[in-house]
Design a binder for this molecule. Sequence first.
Ligand code: A2P
Length: 269
Amino acid sequence: MTEILASSPKASPKGPTSETVLQVEHYTNRLFRFSLSRPASFRFRSGEFVMIGLPGENGRPIMRAYSVASPSWDEKLEFYSIKVPDGPLTSKLQKIEPGDEVLLGKKPTGTLVLDALTPGKRLYMFSTGTGFAPFASLIRDPETYEKYEEVIVTHTCRESAELDYSRELVRHIEEDPMLSELVDGKLRLYTTCTREDHDVKGRITDLISNGKLFEDLGVPTLDPETDRAMICGSMEMTQDTKKLLMDAGFEEGSNAAPAQFVIEKAFVG
Ligand code: A2P
């Protein structure tokens, strides 16, 4: 604590600010969630990421990219993190408790934003592991439902317990009067597990290729005319899913040139 106060990041105009940990929830021994105070000056678009960190030895902070999981209207900032036992940041970050201080970068950025897609009817968000985080933000943003008639979020993890954060969030959205009105019945969550028994077993790439995803949801197969997609997962998962979309005739978009799908690899803390 004294170390952080001594380095006083708030004093630097470009450097990170020091924010208070408000809440911490551990899901599994590989995954946890935390929320931080949000400076009034911190603006971001739902789906973007920002640098998060802790002061390191020699006074140099250890910073890693994290997708903001809370929506842009929320007064606090929420993040999901994996726990890497010998990870320079997450080995320490996993021990934070309410009242501790965490460093927050000043420049949120990223391509998993609604502005990087051309208009469409159905929005897919394909995620694995902590790749669900940017979608946790976007599925609570009113603009998502203003722009799309249907929003389908897929989340795949190794074990069923790792799916708790997406399932709990969607249940919360459905039960919350304000959020459920905003979502207006347009949101669907499709969860799958690869290494444990679950309602649906298998990688999302296989479930797209063999058509099971579309059969289960009762929707047509991927169509670049009507569908838009966002992908967030490991490097291999984003590349493999991207290939399936390109084979179906989709073009990749960016902030500068919006198109039919966008990707971001999930960050390892
Ligand atoms: P699998 O168990 O078959 O490796 P991780 O925890 O390693 O980040 O993986 C999260 C999920 O992403 C796992 O269910 C994993 O499946 C899946 N996954 C890993 N690589 C790919 C890929 N290339 N395409 C689709 N899914 C993948």
